[in-house]
Design a protein around this ligand. Structure first.
Ligand SMILES: N[C@@H](CCC(=O)N[C@@H](CS)C(=O)NCC(=O)O)C(=O)O
Length: 225
């Protein structure tokens, strides 16, 4: 049976959503984060050397990396509903957003998470102005302008169609779901970005998303501030 190696409160939640949309029979092996460090437990490295989640095992095949897992599952199980037709404009958009989520946007969310940790780290009081200053410099000089540009870009895209690649849900939207959820907790997704808010609402309204949440257990992403 196909197994998803699912780390609690993590991007593997979107693979559960995809599996539910596809109607695939699968098993879940859940892993808990270390309470102090939030890192994945060492057992995951027995499944894949990097020890990150998601990982899917299917017979003697092991697939890691969300985008690669999505491609594997769509190729194997999709009947054409979550993958736009080859050669279409929607397909080009699909390839773009499938890569963009982890390739361009998530690195910014990781920098945001780390910057927040530096800001809030328990350092001796005389060092606090220094760590705060470093964090503020990263935010003003790099993070904030880049994040704003990306949020505007994503929001503008969703201003032109219901989903990222057109008016139908695709597996690239499922890949993007975690990116937008991370933005929700790590940035001010203010009224300035109404289409991103609508995206979150419409994906959360899908029965498959809700079933995946029930199966995956508690799901809360750490914020940055
Ligand atoms: N680009 C990879 C990222 C994998 C990743 O960093 N997963 C996180 C979960 S959100 C993880 O396993 N973190 C625990 C750790 O680093 O120990 C993917 O999309 O699969």
């Amino acid at each position: 049976m196909l197994t998803i190696h699912h780390l609690e409160n993590s991007r593997s939640q979107r693979i559960l959503w995809l599996l539910e949309e596809l109607g695939v029979d699968y098993g879940i092996k859940t892993y808990k984060r270390d309470k102090a460090t939030s890192l994945a437990p060492p057992e995951l490295t027995a499944i894949h050397p990097l020890g990150k989640s998601p990982i899917v095992t299917d017979g003697d095949t092991t697939v890691a990396e969300s985008g690669a897992i999505i491609e594997y599952l769509v190729q194997k199980f999709d009947d054409g509903s979550l993958l736009p037709a080859a050669g279409s404009r929607e397909r080009q958009a699909y390839t773009y957003w499938l890569h963009y989520a982890e390739g361009s946007f998530m690195p910014l969310m990781i920098v945001s998470l780390i910057t927040g940790r530096i800001e809030n780290s328990p350092v001796p009081f005389f060092l606090r102005p220094v760590t705060r200053r470093i964090a503020a410099k990263v935010r003003s000089g790099y993070l904030d302008p880049n994040v704003q540009r990306h949020l505007r870009f994503m929001d503008n895209t969703l201003g032109k169609s219901t989903w990222f690649c057109g008016d139908e849900l695709t597996a690239a939207d499922i890949q993007m779901s975690f990116a937008v959820e991370a933005a929700e907790v790590r940035t001010n997704l203010s009224a300035e970005f109404p289409n991103l808010r609508r995206f979150l609402e419409q994906m959360r309204a899908r029965p498959a998303y809700q079933t995946a949440l029930k199966k995956g257990g508690p799901y809360a992403l750490p914020g940055a501030r």
